[in-house]
Ligand binder design. Structure first.
Ligand code: ASP
Ligand code: MG
Length: 403
């Protein structure tokens, strides 16, 4: 049985008109494949439901949150199924408990553990098109669970895995993954092929095409993903393993963050355990620390420590640091006008001089680098927010991404 999994995101099912459009796409695939459809809620619906829960309580029950916010997918799936039936197809909606899709872990952030195949396989065998609610599952206590915002991507990937699908196609409102955010740089180019690792970095760094978790799932299970637009009939981006990519570029993409803040502690004691006493209470308060630098101390006694966090966490972080009795420092500096620019590419593993090229390109534009961090396939720098566009443009050109 040749199976294809098609996932439609919120904007792809955002109106009755869009639902009619995607039913054409589904019908096309049905000619050659057994089709399993995964759908998100119509755009805006999940946010509305979340808002309602907040009007009841800031501490709205997690279990009821899941029961509530999963409702959006029930709506879109039945509309898609109804539309297909209207056009003479055999289709029906499937909710997680009817399959079932079994999850593990906490409410709001559950993970799909297993998908029982029997019901769906039987339905495919009689020629049906199952329209499956994404984002939801049930746990071992038979309660409805959700798998994190944007989770329908992960649902689709897990269906592709359990049903051994030939293709997993993520339909969205953009044409694919771009070398950088096209809203920030006009000459951004659609990437034909990208590795899981690069995509994971791009997604975690803010390219909103797919949910980062789902890419990790795809990587672990070696599932090729095609990302394309449901609005235009054009080829998209293939996310696949490194080996499958014949790519002669050193850098694949550039990403930037919007909402970072930089904190500097001046004059902290330079002795073992100090960094730990600073970061432990931050982590206990769920504040994610990103880039960190510590200067070499000039007098051997004191040093300066700089790190970045999300601006949303700034007040909480300030409070945590000030109330921290285990540390002393001379002063606390805060800068909200920072942005992290990253260049990403598996090519840098084997190419020397990438760091130098990046710094040189920024220097030529007189852009000051405040903090640097690197991983095997990524180099990130912190710069003043006002220079984001200039920096992206310079780096895009330097690494020949316009071509
Ligand atoms: N509807 C859910 C959300 O908005 C899941 C999804 O879109 O994939 O987060
Ligand atoms: Mg969504």
């Amino acid at each position: 049985m040749k199976i294809v999994v098609l996932k439609f995101g919120g904007t792809s099912v955002g109106s009755i008109k869009r639902i009619k459009k995607i039913s054409d796409i589904i019908k096309q695939y049905k000619k050659k494949y057994k089709v399993i459809v995964l759908s998100s809620a119509m755009s805006g619906v999940t946010n509305e439901l979340v808002k309602k829960s907040k009007q009841i309580s800031k501490n709205f029950s997690d279990a009821e949150y899941d029961a509530l916010v999963s409702a959006g997918e029930q709506m879109s799936c039945s509309l898609i199924a109804g539309q297909l039936i209207e056009r003479g197809q055999k289709a029906r909606s499937w909710l997680a408990w009817q399959i079932p899709i079994i999850t593990d872990g906490k409410h709001k952030f559950a993970r799909i553990n297993q998908i029982k195949k029997k019901n769906i396989l039987n339905y495919l065998k009689i020629g049906g098109i199952p329209i499956v609610a994404g984002f939801q599952g049930i746990n071992y206590q038979n309660r409805i669970t959700t798998i994190g915002r944007g989770g329908t991507d992960a649902s689709a990937i897990m269906f592709a895995k359990f049903f051994n699908a030939e293709k997993c196609i993520i339909y969205t409102d953009v044409e694919g993954v771009y070398t950088t955010d096209p809203n920030k740089l006009k000459s951004a180019k659609k990437i034909k092929e990208i590795s899981y690792e690069e995509m994971l970095e791009m997604a975690s760094l803010g390219a909103k095409v797919m949910q980062p978790h789902s890419i990790q799932d795809a990587r672990l299970n070696r599932i090729d993903i095609e990302v394309k637009s449901s609005f235009k009939n054009k080829s998209g981006t293939l996310i696949t393993k490194r080996k499958n990519i014949i790519n002669n570029k050193i850098i694949t993409g550039i990403s930037s963050t919007q909402n970072d803040a930089k904190i500097t502690l001046l004059g902290v004691k330079d002795k073992p355990g100090i960094a730990a006493s600073i970061f432990k209470p931050l982590s206990e308060n769920s504040i994610n620390v990103d880039m960190v630098v510590q200067n070499i101390s000039a007098n051997g006694k004191e040093t300066d420590l700089t790190f970045t966090i999300k601006s949303d966490d700034l007040n909480k972080a300030k409070k945590t640091i000030i109330e921290n009795k285990k540390i002393n420092f001379k002063s606390l500096l805060i800068d909200k006008n920072v942005s992290k620019i990253s260049i990403i590419g598996v090519g840098m593993v084997t190419t020397p001089g990438v760091t130098y090229k990046m710094f040189q390109a920024l220097a030529e534009k007189k852009i000051n680098i405040q903090v640097i961090s690197t991983s095997e396939i990524k180099i990130s720098v912190l710069i003043n927010k006002k220079n984001i566009r200039k920096a992206i443009k310079a780096l895009h050109k330097e690494f020949k991404l316009d071509k």
